[in-house]
Design a protein around this ligand. Structure first.
Ligand code: 26V
Length: 795
């Protein structure tokens, strides 16, 4: 597409799609016009991919996920369609600011964190590879809440990304599926009829996901809940306006909000309804498509692979069995076999409080037929493996992890360590019964968004050095290794980082009114706020360091800016106190004339995908400091390493594999191993011992306790302090001393800029393995038994 053609396309949509005259168009109008112009190009590619999938009778992958954290889509689409030059030139002629247009797009925040962002990276990689696939999820009207700070405290506001027209989706009123809840079951021989007492409709909305160079496009289909019957005209005519609208409002609640708590499973009825709603709609859509092409249901596992992203779609097991047995007359045991060979399950956490369990009473009320089938599935499993050990049903609860395991032919962990821990802890018994079922697929991230798009300076440098094959073959980055010994290359590498840091410093000055020194170490911890992720370990080290600088302000300290970003679940009290403490610490440190040129703390609110894209390219140090054994993988860790930030981290999740790839000497390791953590916890008073042994730690804790960061309310953080001193389940105190040591090594290393640049560049060169393209190829080979289709020629 030439710039002139692009300009015509934009103006065409401005006038005929948006009904706006160029003279009166606002940023929003230009953004929509550009989006539609780009979308037109995508649609051709997308249709072609769909045609090829049907024509070639390719196996399809269905990715069922409660979350897709896709963020903004315009730049991604422009880059993958290679339309950037055309767009920039066209807009320049139209005197419209390209960057402002990109920034105007709201983030689609349809996820909490890692799990949802992984699903988004996978969708992009499947399109790049040409794996025929479809993502299925919920079209939340309100995504993850918007975070604001009020006197340092987190305040949540609704995220209303759909208040403006969404440029990327196509409404599919013809894809409307009715979904039932409650009611009763009538058994007739081996089959049963379920008569739900409540009905609503799932309506599909399709977003095309285009791969690199537009060679392939898949669909993300998100379900919107709608009432079966519109509003009640009789009641309305009687003047009962609120009651007339009630059924409609009730049905719509189902796809209204994303649950913002990904830490504690609470067994909420609405959540179970959401899970069944999107899973059932997706399965019935899948079967409808399958039956339009094939007439033998036994072929299903050959033609479809259904991935359950965590246990949120775990009801897929019993629901698929129900659809086969009750609605299609297949024998129960055969149906279980078909379902199992089609389904697979990814586990994303071992934290006991996050594992889903549903009360039998609740399940029986909402999904009476499914509960019956769960009992039968459980009995069949016990019979098959000759064990009397109760598995999926226990103590009046249905355990969704176990149910998913039993109903899947493959179960995977998301990093090598996590997979081993799955085998030895949560799924120990099931693993012994099915030793080939658990496999590892270490997570990855898409290099298109997380390098090419977010870090143009580094991307250009890389392409100048080794060509652009790295974009879809990321392990080519190893070709950078010989360049790392070239002083000129290293200088350019450091210059790119430095310019990214300047941009970020300017942005922070403008948005947060805090001045930061671009020469300082940009030390960044961005992720959900959680005790196991240990933002408070970072804070304690910050405070200890601050106190030490104050003792000796003229010693020539290596300047550092600590950047935090992340949201706390609204009901997670401890996490919210960490948020507030971070802001309180920032306030005190940033205004301390003795120390502020050496140490600052910034905490931009509302961390999301777009903010990550700004922060990561400008980071020097990546904080991956979770208690060993607790972070299943992490994916932020990969994005940082790829963009040339060095990691300070524990042997947890994928950190272990990152360290092996980038070499131990280019990684700041500290802390106990997962085994050592378990040992340490057995020692009574482990925290007290650690505090007594390290005066720096004792002093930092005492500063918080005495109210140095909350002088108007000295007791404010006694909860945090008591937790640290008396419980400290996440062994913050016991890891502090080694963390401190590693941080001082960081100071020393950063003071030698050439060596630092070499280490950073080495991280980039060795991060290629962490592409989600590699991860998807792994799933295709080991889990889905699917092959890529022949893709379309380059866009
Ligand atoms: C759990 C729950 C519990 C019920 C209520 C709502 C809800 C929503 C989400 C979750 C999932 C938590 C698990 C999770 O996000 N795991 C993260 O997955 C990443 C991708 O595999 C991985 O990199 C992170 O280490 C892991 O914490």
């Amino acid at each position: 597409m030439t710039p002139a053609q692009m300009k015509d396309a934009i103006l065409h949509h401005l006038v005929y799609t948006l009904g706006k005259d160029a003279a009166h168009a606002q940023t929003y109008d230009w953004r929509m016009a550009l989006s539609f112009a780009v979308r037109d190009k995508i649609v051709d590619r997308w249709f072609e991919a769909t045609r090829r999938t049907y024509a070639g009778q390719h196996k399809r992958v269905y990715y069922l996920s409660m979350e897709f954290l896709i963020g903004r889509l315009l730049k991604d689409a422009i880059i993958n369609m290679r339309l950037e030059e055309a767009a920039i030139d066209a807009l320049q002629e139209l005197k419209v600011d390209y960057q402002a247009i990109l920034e105007d797009e709201p983030d689609a925040a349809l996820g909490n964190g890692g799990l949802g962002r992984l699903a988004a990276c996978f969708m992009e990689s499947m399109s790049t590879i040409g794996c025929p696939a479809m993502g299925y999820g919920i079209r939340y009207e309100n995504g993850l809440f918007r975070q604001r700070f009020e006197n340092g405290r987190q305040v949540e506001e609704p995220e209303d990304w759909l208040s403006q027209r969404h440029a990327w989706e196509f409404e599919r009123p013809e894809v409307s599926i009715d979904i039932g809840f409650g009611g009763h079951v009538q058994e007739i021989g081996k089959r049963a009829n379920w008569y739900p007492s409540e009905m609503l409709i799932a309506m599909g909305h399709d977003t095309p996901i285009i791969g690199w160079r537009g060679r392939w496009g898949n669909t993300l289909r998100l379900w919107e809940a709608r009432p079966m019957h519109g509003f009640d005209l009789q009641r309305f005519n009687r003047g009962d306006y609120a009651a007339a609208a009630e059924p409609e409002a009730l049905a719509r609640t189902l796809s209204r909000v994303l649950y913002p708590d990904d830490t504690t499973e609470q067994g909420k009825e609405l959540r179970l309804k959401q899970e069944f709603f999107f899973t059932s709609a997706s399965l019935r859509d899948i079967l409808r498509r399958f039956e339009s092409e094939y007439d033998d249901l036994r072929l299903l596992p050959k033609k479809a692979a259904i991935q359950m992203n965590d246990t949120h779609p775990a009801i897929a097991g019993p629901e698929l069995v129900r659809l086969l047995v009750d609605e299609r007359g297949i024998d129960f045991e055969e149906a279980v076999g078909i379902a199992r060979n089609t389904l697979s399950y990814t586990n994303h956490t071992l934290l006991p409080e996050a594992l889903e369990r549903w009360d039998e009473g609740l399940m029986g009320r909402l999904l009476p037929r499914h509960l019956q089938l769960i009992f039968r599935i459980n009995e069949l499993h016990m019979k098959d493996v000759g064990t009397r050990k109760v598995t999926a049903v226990d103590d009046g609860h249905v355990k969704m992890g176990e149910l998913s395991f039993i109903m899947a032919h493959r179960v995977n962990g998301v990093s090598a360590l996590h997979t081993e821990l799955m085998k030895s802890t949560v799924f120990k018994d099931l693993h012994e019964l099915h030793p080939n079922r658990i496999v590892n697929e270490t997570n990855g991230v898409t290099p298109r968004r997380w390098l090419l798009s977010c870090n143009p300076r580094l991307s250009t440098l890389i392409t100048d050095a080794i060509g652009d094959d790295w974009v879809d073959d990321l392990e080519q980055l190893e070709k950078l290794e010989p360049h790392i010994d070239d002083a000129a290359f290293l200088e350019s590498y450091a210059a790119a980082k430095r310019q990214n840091k300047n941009d970020l410093a300017n942005w922070i000055a403008e948005k947060l009114e805090v001045g930061i020194d671009p020469e300082a170490i940009f030390d960044v911890q961005i992720k959900r706020i959680h005790e196991y992720k240990r933002q408070h370990l970072n804070l304690l080290e910050t405070i200890a360091h601050w106190l030490e600088i104050r003792d000796n302000p003229n010693q020539g300290w290596v300047p550092r800016v600590k950047i935090f970003g992340g949201k706390a679940a609204p009901g997670y009290v401890f996490a919210k106190e960490i948020v507030r403490l971070t802001n309180d610490v920032a306030k005190v440190l940033n205004s301390d004339p003795l120390t502020s040129r050496y140490l600052k703390v910034v905490y931009p609110p509302n961390y999301n995908v777009s903010l990550a894209e700004k922060l990561i390219p400008a980071s020097d140090l990546s904080e991956q400091i979770s208690t060993a054994g607790k972070e299943a993988s992490g994916t932020g860790n990969m994005k940082f390493a790829l963009n040339g930030a060095l990691t300070i981290g524990t042997l947890d999740g994928a950190n272990v594999e990152i360290r092996e790839h980038v070499k131990p000497e280019n990684f700041f390791l500290f802390g106990m191993t997962a085994d050592e953590v378990m040992e340490r916890r057995r020692i009574g008073g482990h925290a007290g011992q650690a505090i007594a042994a390290d005066p720096r730690l004792a002093r930092a804790i005492e500063a918080i306790r005495a109210g140095r960061f909350s002088p108007d309310d000295p007791g404010r953080y006694h909860g945090i302090v008591d937790n640290l001193v008396h419980h400290d389940y996440f062994v913050v105190c016991s890891d502090f001393t080694d963390y401190w040591r590693a941080q001082r090594e960081v100071d020393t290393a950063f003071a030698a800029p050439k060596d630092w640049a070499r280490m950073a560049a080495f991280n980039t060169a060795r991060s290629g393995w962490f592409s989600s393209d590699r991860t998807i190829r792994g799933y295709m080979a080991d889990v889905w038994h699917a092959e890529a289709a022949p893709t379309v020629e380059d866009a």
